[in-house]
Write a protein that binds this ligand. Sequence first.
Ligand code: ATP
Ligand code: MG
Length: 218
Amino acid sequence: QSTDRYPASPRRLGVMGGTFDPIHNGHLVAASEVAASFGLDEVIFVPTGQPWQKSGRRVSAAEDRYLMTVVATASNPRFTVSRVDIDRGTATYTVDTLRDLREQYPESELYFITGADALASILSWQDWPRLFELARFVGVSRPGYDLSVEHLAPHLEGLPPEAVSLVEIPALAISSTDCRTRVHNHRPVWYLVPDGVVQYISKRHLYVDAPTTNHLNT
Ligand code: ATP
Ligand code: MG
């Protein structure tokens, strides 16, 4: 029975936050690997609202980022997309994302998935005692960033050992910044992002004109 394979209220929910401008295969591999390692029933992708850390660059319309995320995740029955951060209409803080999802799924355990680059800043800038009441954190490796316990240790002091897990995943040296630059320079993004996202970018003429700067975070 299909209801047995996909229960209505999954016990373990992955949460993958990001600007997703555009979503790329690095995001999808991170979610897939963590889902397999932790036996997650579902991974919810959550595109950010107005991202306060990206002031140097105009971020694509929330609706475009949302739709690209839907297109990229549509073929995986365990991947879904949430509008909570977009619909909140303000800058996105992980603590708000988790509070909203906890309210929506009171019976589930939340696993917040984040790359090595974003993990340290989430731990250092946010109301972290509250964060760990809401979710477990899973940091994944990312080429060019340090995921070592030594590097993260100052941020992890005083936390129970299960609060943050570190997972080595296949290294995909892909970033949204690089994808935007490629499109801007008329170079291909095939196989860096899902086929449907290549087509969506082209259909909506994304990134052709906009200058791109590097994102600091999330
Ligand atoms: P940008 O270059 O615009 O910052 P990005 O590629 O970093 O984009 P984000 O939307 O900022 O993508 O990232 C969302 C989450 O995915 C973050 O936790 C980030 O660390 C993680 N992530 C992004 N790319 C990778 C990758 N190639 N491998 C592992 N994790 C990644
Ligand atoms: Mg980033």
